[in-house]
Write a protein that binds this ligand. Structure first.
Ligand code: NAD
Ligand code: UFG
Length: 340
């Protein structure tokens, strides 16, 4: 298939491009580079052995720009990663988040249908479950109250895409709810490249390891979990990327609307991650216990059985691979991608 990959220069998009090409697909990337660097695409091209990945520095809110890409490439389906994703920033800039993520997706979907491309895989998040009603979380678990505008954009976009599919059954909409993506391509040339101080646990740990911060702050050790720190379902980004290739099967069999959790089904605490990182990489991570972070929940991990049953997809990498590959990327690229 020919895939339009929005946000393809970003962390998950760049890893997904590799898996798509390996599976025999081709891709065209649209990204406004608001949170990424085109160097990622050059490195992806090198990994997969092509001269370049077709790339347009275009905003998904730019209807004319998207029209041109569709007229030239005629994609069969879109894998839609483009969006703003910083939870804290979304609380300070709700308008910017709703406008970018929701308006952008509305423009994209309109251009898609005008070009007869009615297949979309959407990057959703476990955040739509809010404080989950059941653990492990199945896709049947009711959606919950999000604690920030970023989360609401995911929840609302799921609803918008669901309604569009209901009104026009020619659409195939696959909602992928990611748990906590970490790790990097094992070659260490592409990885997560956060702007400023990382919000998420793994990039913070790797930046402590590389000496950019003196210590990790652990947000609370009084949760009702085995060691008191928050428990999450960390998933290697290469497994997550492969999940998108598997999700194309749902499109092929004309699924209509399909929802899948992409997680491993295992929960690890913050201290589990710190300990695994230290053990596997032989690097100490000093930390202090700080107050809980507002909006955090105690425990969040998936039941990924549906994706295995229907797509034949299962995460292959374990926690040791995740901490090894996260560190491998960071130590070889302490400042991320070079500034353009
Ligand atoms: P990322 O920021 O690395 O990638 C997103 C890409 O989208 C960036 O390259 C950015 O430049 C681009 N972009 C943003 N707004 C755009 C616009 N209006 N037009 C064109 N391009 C635009 O983030 P990521 O971690 O790779 O996440 C990819 C998707 O997965 C996002 O939608 C994110 O919300 C979702 N997701 C991420 C996580 C996570 O923890 N990383 C978890 C759940 C869901
Ligand atoms: N944590 C710390 N210190 C830090 C950062 C995080 O102790 O410096 C803790 C958090 O309190 C939490 C755990 O590490 O217990 C994981 O936190 P992250 O910020 O890495 O991830 P979240 O689970 O909060 O959220 C992430 C993404 C969301 C996405 C969600 C899906 O940020 O966008 O995973 O489950 F929706």
């Amino acid at each position: 298939m020919i895939l339009l990959v929005t946000g393809g220069a970003g962390y998950i998009g760049s890893h997904t491009l590799i898996e798509l090409y390996r599976a025999g697909h081709t891709a065209v990337v649209v990204d406004n580079l608001s949170n990424s660097n085109p160097e990622s695409l050059r490195r992806v091209a090198k990994i997969i052995g092509v001269t370049e990945i077709p790339f347009y520095k275009t905003d998904i809110r730019d209807r004319e720009g998207l029209e041109k890409v569709f007229s030239k490439h005629h994609p069969d389906a879109c894998i839609h990663f483009a969006g703003l994703k910083a939870v804290g920033e979304s609380v300070e800039k709700p308008w910017e988040y709703y406008e970018n993520n929701i308006s952008g997706t509305l423009v994209l979907v309109d251009v898609m249908r005008r070009h007869g491309c009615k297949n979309i895989i959407f990057s959703s998040s476990a955040t739509v479950y809010g404080d989950p009603a059941e653990i492990p979380i199945t896709e049947q678990c009711p959606k919950g109250q999000c604690t920030n505008p970023y989360g609401w954009t995911k929840s609302m976009l799921e609803q918008i895409l669901t309604d569009i599919q209901k009104a026009d059954p020619a659409w195939n909409v696959v909602l992928l709810r990611y748990f906590n993506p970490v790790g990097a391509h094992p070659g260490g040339t592409i990885g997560e490249n956060p702007n400023g101080i990382p919000n998420n646990l793994m990039p913070y740990i790797t930046q402590v390891a590389v000496g950019k911060h003196p210590e990790l702050g652990i947000f609370g050790n009084d949760y009702p979990t085995p060691d008191g720190t928050g428990v999450r379902d960390y998933i290697h980004v290469v497994d997550l990327a492969a999940g998108h290739v598997s999700a194309l099967q749902a499109i092929r069999r004309r699924c209509g609307l399909a929802v899948y959790n992409l997680g491993t089904g295992h929960g690890y605490s913050v201290l589990d991650i710190v300990n695994a990182f230290q053990r596997v990489n032989g690097v100490q991570i000093p930390y202090t216990i700080r107050p809980r972070r507002p909006g955090d929940i105690a425990t969040c991990y998936s039941n990924p059985a549906k994706a295995q049953k229907e797509l034949g997809w299962k995460a292959r990498y374990g926690i040791d691979d995740m901490v090894r590959d996260s560190w491998n990327w960071q130590r070889h690229n302490p400042d991320g991608y070079p500034e353009e």
